[in-house]
Design a protein around this ligand. Structure first.
Ligand code: NAD
Ligand code: UDP
Length: 313
């Protein structure tokens, strides 16, 4: 089998490239490196079954080799990144999804869209089930990401209904692990960097907002299982273990063993107050549930950041 992964040089994309190579696939990673890094693929680039294409997928792409699977993961993903690149974010969610669907259609390939819990916006239903339509501010600053992903879901379902493309949609909840960028602005790299450097941990707002953090290998397993099913509606993939951001700061501080203080900063506009996946659908459909708890996942990620910062003895 041959699998094309857009966003392959990113955090999640690089883990997917690795998994699909391990499963014996030929893998083509497509990335324009707007938020990704080729070094995420260093350990894979020597494989004869791996190829990298530098390309902005918001422009059409033709691939000569026959494709069996197209996984669309290209998009700035951290709030800091998509606020810095609002128009490329809208384009890759809209035009990029159109182009990758076109590729899947031309090759008769399976298609999987990386959607997000952000389609639920600042949710009024808690925890979030796939049946919830969400509460998104289309003209707010986060709208460039949320609405792009909502459009991406719509066009994916349209290609399924109109052209019969074998599509899947996953709604990914906050995911972390090795190869996240230290400076991507997301809460976990921020807190780990600050704790390791002895700087204050910056909690936005009062820190009572919640998130539910999933370790990357659990996500990859869910993607692998879903891709080969006949299921076309969206599936939440996340770890339901919910925590306030204030508690999360304390957890990371304890783990890193630092002496940093906690400092409060203004809450960004439209920051969701709660977020927790209902994973009943993934459990029933895929027999899937997260295996790596925060204690273990945070430890592994902290080791990775320590190595990056040259702080390992
Ligand atoms: P990331 O920024 O590490 O990876 C995204 C990759 O896409 C980068 O390598 C970037 O260079 C590439 N890219 C962006 N625009 C592109 C374009 N126009 N053409 C080609 N490549 C492009 O982020 P990530 O956390 O690995 O996220 C990957 C995907 O998963 C994204 O689609 C994101 O929306 C989705 N997602 C991630 C999370 C999470 O918690 N990490 C949660 C929900 C959804
Ligand atoms: N956050 C924080 N301090 C930081 C970065 C983020 O308190 O240094 C908060 C942010 O306001 C949000 C939560 O942590 O409530 C998660 O933010 P992140 O950017 O990781 O992703 P989001 O889940 O909002 O997309």
């Amino acid at each position: 089998m041959r699998t094309l992964i857009t966003g392959g040089a990113g955090f999640i994309g690089s883990h997917l490239c690795e998994r699909f190579l391990t499963e014996g696939h030929e893998v083509i990673a497509v990335d324009n490196l707007i938020t990704g890094d080729l070094s995420n693929l260093d350990h894979l680039r020597t494989s004869p079954r791996f190829r990298f294409i530098g390309h902005d997928i918001s422009n059409p792409l033709k691939v000569r080799e026959k494709l069996d699977n197209v996984l669309h993961f290209a998009s700035p993903a951290s709030p800091v990144d998509y606020l810095e690149h609002p128009i490329p974010t809208l384009k890759v969610g809209a035009l990029g999804t159109h182009n990758t669907l076109g590729l899947a259609k031309a090759h008769g390939a399976r298609f999987l869209l990386a959607s997000t819990s952000e389609v639920y916006g600042d949710p009024l239903e808690h925890p979030q089930k796939e049946s919830y339509w969400g509460n998104v501010n289309p003209i707010g600053i986060r709208g460039v990401y949320d609405e792009a992903k909502r459009f991406a879901e719509s066009i994916t379902m349209a290609y399924h209904r109109v052209h019969g493309v074998d599509t899947k949609i996953i709604r990914i909840f906050n995911t972390y692990g090795e190869r996240m960028r230290l400076n991507d602005g997301r809460v976990l790299p921020n807190f780990m960097y600050q704790a390791l450097m002895g700087q204050p941990l910056t909690v936005y707002g009062d820190g009572k907002q919640t998130r539910s953090f999933q370790y990357v290998s659990d996500l990859v397993e869910g993607i692998w299982r879903l891709l080969f099913t006949d299921f076309h509606d969206p599936v939440n993939l996340g770890n339901p273990s919910e925590i306030t951001i204030r508690e999360f700061a304390e957890e990371i501080l304890k783990l890193a063993g630092g002496t940093s203080a906690i400092e409060f900063r203004p809450l960004p506009q439209d920051d969701p107050k709660v977020r927790q996946p209902d994973i009943t659908r993934a459990r029933q459909l895929l027999g899937w549930e997260p295996k790596v708890g925060r204690d273990e996942g945070l430890k592994r990620t902290l080791e990775f950041f320590k190595r990056k910062l040259g702080k390992l003895a």
